[in-house]
Every structure is written in structure tokens, then in C-alpha cells.
Design a protein around this ligand. Structure first.
Ligand code: FAD
Length: 516
């Protein structure tokens, strides 16, 4: 018989409410009331409130929990995200960042591959697409369409579907509010209270938690979503934190919200990430404002220098706006599930905002808790599987993020020079780069279930960063040359039609916002 289980989530940020909604949707059914889900959040401690960029997996999550695309866009001030434009990451800027030379694009759409036609990467490396055509530009229409200000889908396309792959930019505080409302409608009990004590049983498991407002609270499974505080998994259970600061150097963020010059200013449908002397700046266009932040290394810049860099980017006319400062500790807990407590969100780990892994990791963790759920009360084997899958995923994300830094040819500051030092590059990444000098990355280099980023993301960043692969001659087949050439030509032709077919980005946002 199924054991009755009370799941108690502590924390009401994106991690807490996304987990609550996902678990409620997947575990609570009208004919099974053996599972109860509650969420307690502090009325005093706010949520982190940053985290405005997402990964395409978010569409599947929103669909799974039952929030429509129009509601999400309307209520979260959301816009579409087709990828990331990286400026000044490869070379030291000598000219304004608007020149195409110092840009590359990481699109979310996979390289185009029609049935029966060859994989295009070897042929691009062979020079068949044209000497100056960047990889991302040659193998998919997405960069061109995003540059033209087009949205990734039409208003007639179904929810969460479109010709181009996409994610969103959104207001993090509004997202938490929407998720909270939705989770409550799915049957999650909501409590306001500050957890001030955690009582442990002899076994080391959590026996109860305590708050002044509600006294003692008992549950079978506790989900720690208390953010960087890690009140349960860290403070109470002492799960150790594995710092990755020797590999990823940024440890501070300075964030600012900037209004558009006009209500109808165009909104880029991609994050702009511009490398700076000691880190990089994110620039995210929401409906009514931009979210901008400088993520930097305090070992390579002091706070005053960082503020100058951010204000130079934002422009003097915005000198009156306040910037918010945040301290970051990059790393993760290799053990995120101990006995009857599992960490989701920042309490489990954080690997900097580049490539938006934070919310993606929350989605994965909530998915795993739901699908590995210990219905029979046997937590230990589930914990073991969860810890293995999550720590492997974190390790691979560290490699992927470091890839952006360690291939840079910038030598202008200590930050960039230190980032290419061999000892700062994990051995697992060095091995991959060694292999890829002699052949391009293959699907077999990646174990899909452990990766957040698909092989194409690695390829876009690798070749965007001007990585050199010595192409083995056997990868170019004479009988496929014509088909590959035709495919490159086809992409160049079809994108003109697609640019006419797809709506302007802001127009599509306005369409969704007008829906009741
Ligand atoms: P929080 O938002 O901090 O929520 C913690 C919750 O716990 C709050 O409700 C608080 O009240 C509650 N709480 C704490 N202590 C107690 C207690 N004792 N009792 C009761 N309740 C308690 N991710 C992305 O995917 N994309 C991005 O672009 C991105 N950018 C980022 C930029 C920066 C600078 C930072 C720092 C993070 C970024 N992230 C990003 C990560 C993302 O913000 C987080 O993963 C996400 O917001 C989840 O946060 P959380 O819910 O774990 O924590």
C-alpha cells in the first residue's frame, strides 16, 4: 500500500514555488490523497529577485505545470530569448562592440539537418559555407532572424511551439508570484513563517522544523529552497559545499534596472553578454525595462571600479539609478539529498548567470524528485541516484561555462590571463579540448541525461570562440559535398522568407499581452 507522505518545502523563491507547482501537478491527483504538499516561506527574508534569463527547457516545465504561454508572458513581463550574443569575449576590444567582428552568437536552434543530408559541422570546418561565415550563421537561420528583430514564432503557432527554438527573459519576482498563485490553485498549502530551528532525529534525519508563527512542523520529506542560506541542507545537516572559485572567478554582481528610452523601443530577443576587464555584463530586455548586471571577480576588481564599468555601459543619463550589490559563492553541494531532506535551487548550488543554468537546475531537480519519488518510503536509494545525477550535471556545467573563458585570446587584464592558465581548467575540460583539436565534437562526447547543454551549444561556443580543429580528411566525403553546399545555400535563401513570415518581436509580445 502507498504510504501517506507530507512534503514540506521551505522557501518561496523560484526554487520553492516551481518545485511546489511541479510536484503538485505530478504527484497530487483527485483519487489519491496520500500525498500532501506544504510550503513555508519567511515573511521577512526576501527572494533573491534576479535570474531573468532562462533556457528552452522552461517551456516544457510551464506546459507540464499548466501555465499558458500568454499568461506567463503577460504576468511576468516576459519576452522571447533566442540565444545569447557574446561581445568582446574572444579579442580585446579595439573598436566599438557594435561591429560584427567581435561578436558571436549562441542560438538555441540546433544546426539544420535534413533527412539524408550530412551533418554540416565538418563541411563548415572545411570552408564550404564561405570563409567569413560564422558557424552559427551558416548552420541555422536563427542568428539572422534575431538580428532582424524577428520573434521565434508566429501568433498562430501553438503554445510553446514555433519554427525556432526559444526560451524567455522575465521578471523574477513576478514569476515567483505567478508560480505561487498557480501552486496554491493546485492544492499546495501555504504558510508564512520564519524557520528558526531544525530538530534532528537520532538517525540524522530531520525530525521537525520550528517557526515562531506555527510552532513545530513535521513532514516526511523536507525540500530546502532557502536560497544561499541553505538553512536545512547546510546549516542543520552540514552537507559540504564544493567551491569552484579556482575555475570560475566571478564572485560579485552589481545589478541595475534601466527604463527604455521610449515605450515602443525595440527589444532584442537574445541576452547580450559583453565581456569586461574583470567579468562580463548581462543585458536583458523585458517588456518595460532592461535588466543589466556586471558579474565580476573581486580578486580582479574592487567595488568602485566595478561600479564605473557598469555605469559606463549603462550611460551617464542613468547615473541617478541605484545599483544593487550581491555576493556570490560559486559551487555546489555534491550531496544534495541527505536522509529526508533534499536541496533545490541556490541552497544546492550556483554556477554564475552565464548561460542561465540556475533555473534549469531547479527544473531538473524538481523533475527528478517527482519521477524518482520514494512512494514506498525508501529514501536512501533515491537519494543516491539523485546525488549522482545532480553532481554530474553540475560538473558538466562548470566545464561548459569555463569553455567561454578559457578559449579567450584576451590578454589585456589579469582576469583574462588567469582564466586561460592551465591549472584553472578542469582536467575533464582539458581532455575534451585535446580531443577536439583533432576532430570536431561528436554526440558520443556527451551523455545526454547528464548534460544540461546539448552538443550544439558546445559547438556554437567552441567555434564562436575561434577554437581550431584540425579536420580529419575522412570526415569530408566527396559524394556529400554537393548536398552540404546546397544545405548552406538553402539556409541562406530560406532565412529571407522566414524573416518576412515571422512577426516583429515586440509586436508578438503585444499580441500575447492583449489576450485576456
Ligand atoms: P531565493 O530566491 O533566495 O529564495 C529563498 C527563499 O527562502 C525565500 O522565500 C526566503 O524567504 C526563504 N527563506 C530563507 N530562509 C528562510 C527561513 N529561515 N525560514 C523560512 N523561509 C526562509 N538563474 C537563471 O536561470 N538565469 C539567470 O539569468 C540567473 N541570473 C542570476 C544572477 C545573479 C546575480 C544571481 C545571484 C543568480 C542568478 N540566477 C539565474 C539564479 C537564480 O536567481 C536562482 O536560481 C533562482 O532565483 C532561485 O533562487 P532560490 O529560490 O533558490 O532562492
Amino acid at each position: 500500500m502507498q504510504k501517506s507522505t507530507h512534503i514540506l518545502i521551505v522557501g518561496g523563491g523560484t526554487a520553492g514555488w516551481l518545485s511546489a507547482a511541479f510536484l503538485a501537478k505530478t504527484l497530487l491527483t483527485s483519487d489519491n490523497n496520500s500525498i500532501k504538499i506544504s510550503l513555508i516561506e519567511s515573511p521577512e527574508i526576501g527572494i533573491i529577485g534576479v535570474g531573468e534569463g532562462s533556457f528552452p527547457s522552461i517551456r516544457g516545465t510551464l506546459a507540464a505545470i499548466g501555465i499558458s504561454e500568454a499568461r506567463f508572458i503577460r504576468e511576468c513581463n516576459a519576452t522571447f530569448k533566442q540565444g545569447i550574443q557574446f561581445c568582446d569575449w574572444v579579442h580585446t576590444p579595439t573598436e566599438p562592440a557594435s561591429t560584427t567582428k567581435n561578436h558571436y552568437f549562441h542560438p538555441f536552434s540546433q544546426p539544420s539537418q535534413r533527412a539524408g543530408s550530412p551533418e554540416l559541422l565538418p563541411y563548415w570546418l572545411h570552408g564550404l559555407a564561405g570563409k567569413d561565415r560564422a558557424f552559427a550563421d551558416a548552420v541555422t537561420m536563427q542568428k539572422y532572424l534575431a538580428d532582424c528583430g524577428r520573434a521565434p514564432k508566429r501568433s498562430s503557432d501553438k503554445d510553446f511551439l514555433g519554427p525556432m527554438n526559444y526560451a524567455y527573459h522575465f521578471d523574477a519576482a513576478r514569476f515567483a508570484t505567478l508560480l505561487a498563485e498557480h501552486a496554491r490553485s493546485l492544492g499546495v498549502h501555504h504558510l508564512l513563517g520564519n524557520v528558526d530551528a531544525v530538530e534532528l532525529a537520532e538517525s540524522g534525519a530531520i525530525a521537525s522544523i520550528h517557526s515562531k508563527e506555527h510552532g513545530k512542523l513535521n513532514a516526511d520529506l523536507y525540500i530546502d529552497c532557502t536560497g544561499f542560506r541553505a538553512r536545512l541542507i547546510g546549516e542543520a545537516l552540514g552537507s559540504s559545499f564544493h567551491s569552484v572559485s579556482d575555475t570560475l572567478f566571478v564572485d560579485r554582481a552589481l545589478a541595475i534596472q534601466v527604463p527604455y528610452p521610449q515605450a515602443d523601443s525595440p527589444i532584442p530577443s537574445y541576452t547580450i553578454s559583453t565581456a569586461q576587464e574583470a567579468g562580463w555584463i548581462w543585458d536583458i530586455g523585458l517588456q518595460q525595462r532592461r535588466g543589466i548586471g556586471y558579474v565580476y571577480s573581486s580578486r580582479h576588481s574592487d567595488a568602485a571600479q566595478a561600479e564605473q564599468v557598469l555605469r559606463r555601459y549603462v550611460g551617464r543619463s542613468m547615473d541617478h539609478l541605484q545599483a544593487r550589490s550581491l555576493q556570490l559563492e560559486l559551487g555546489y553541494r555534491p550531496i544534495q539529498w541527505i536522509h529526508n531532506c533534499v536541496a533545490i535551487g541556490l541552497s544546492g548550488g550556483f554556477l554564475e548567470p552565464l548561460e542561465s543554468s540556475g533555473i534549469g537546475l531547479i527544473e531538473t531537480a524538481a523533475y527528478l524528485v517527482s519521477y524518482l519519488f520514494p512512494y514506498n518510503g525508501e529514501f536512501a536509494p533515491v537519494a543516491k541516484t539523485f546525488n549522482h545525477l545532480m553532481s554530474q550535471r553540475y560538473e558538466r556545467i562548470v566545464d561548459f561555462i569555463k569553455l567561454h573563458y578559457c578559449l579567450s585570446q584576451r590578454t589585456d587584464t589579469a582576469f583574462w590571463r588567469d582564466n586561460t592558465a592551465a591549472e584553472s581548467i578542469p582536467a575533464s575540460l582539458r581532455d575534451k579540448l585535446n580531443m577536439w583539436q583533432g576532430r570536431p565534437p561528436s554526440r558520443l562526447d556527451f551523455i545526454t541525461d547528464l548534460e544540461m547543454y546539448p552538443p550544439s551549444s558546445w559547438q556554437y561556443v567552441l567555434y564562436g570562440m575561434e577554437f581550431a580543429t584540425q579536420l580529419p580528411t575522412n570526415l569530408i566525403r566527396k559524394d556529400e559535398l554537393a548536398a552540404a553546399q546546397e544545405a548552406f545555400q538553402n539556409i541562406a535563401t530560406m532565412r529571407e522568407f522566414a524573416a518576412k513570415d515571422l512577426p516583429d518581436h515586440r509586436q508578438l509580445i503585444d499580441f500575447y499581452c492583449a489576450q485576456a
